[in-house]
Design a protein. Structure first.
Length: 197
């Protein structure tokens, strides 16, 4: 399994998966990292790990279709067979989705379909969870389609919301869940327990 990553910021989920590959806990190789943010932690992590990395964005490719095609070219060049969004803040283009049908995954810091969709990212998710008085929150891994946070759910992990929770405590706890869940989900895909279409 050759993994490609699309990430915009810190890349801690990506790092957790890379660590699992390096430690032999995941029978996969992280082969390329693409970021729309030239200064992202994700690109820095890729450099530290010696993984080929690319800054591809509206700056490098002002035409969205060109950008989409370039992303596909890079993923194909590195023989990627599973693309993982790891805090990627852009919509995945139609050419990418058509080239890797059912093989682009995302992780969301909430229990989809609740608290998802446009504008629902980062601390906004945890704010909404607290404002709604939700009893549980968690993380969701899903297949990416043309609509934000919409594709089939592959795996979820829940945590109870405590009365004492703040956005910060939830963010920390859910992120830790994400790191484990994303890695485990890929492992279940590799061993055939989860089948991608
Ligand atoms: C995570 O909470 C993920 O669910 C969301 O963006 C965040 C990325 O965090 N899509 P990191 O960059 O992996 O640290």
């Amino acid at each position: 399994m050759r993994l490609g990553f699309l990430a915009s910021h810190n890349g801690s989920n990506m790092q957790a998966i890379i660590d699992a590959c390096r430690a032999g806990r995941l029978a996969a190789s992280p082969v390329v990292v693409i970021s729309n943010n030239a200064d992202s932690g994700a690109l820095q992590r890729a450099r530290n790990e010696g993984i080929p990395c690319y800054h591809l964005s509206g700056r490098t490719h002002p035409d969205p279709e060109d950008l989409d095609r370039e992303i596909v070219d890079v993923l194909l060049k590195h023989d990627v067979n599973l693309t993982l969004l790891a805090g990627y803040m852009k919509k995945v283009g139609p050419v990418t989705l058509a080239t890797f049908p059912g093989h682009v995954l995302n992780i969301h810091p909430g229990l989809l379909p609740d608290y998802g969709g446009p504008g629902m990212y980062g601390r906004r998710v945890h704010e909404a969870v607290l404002a709604a008085g939700a009893r549980t929150t968690g993380a969701t891994v899903h297949v990416v389609d043309a609509i934000y946070d919409n594709g089939p759910v592959l795996a979820v992990r829940e945590t109870a919301v405590q009365k004492s929770d703040t956005v910060e405590t939830l963010a920390r706890r859910v992120l830790a869940l994400e790191h484990a869940l994303y890695t485990e989900t890929i492992s279940r895909i590799i061993c055939g327990e989860i089948r991608l279409s």
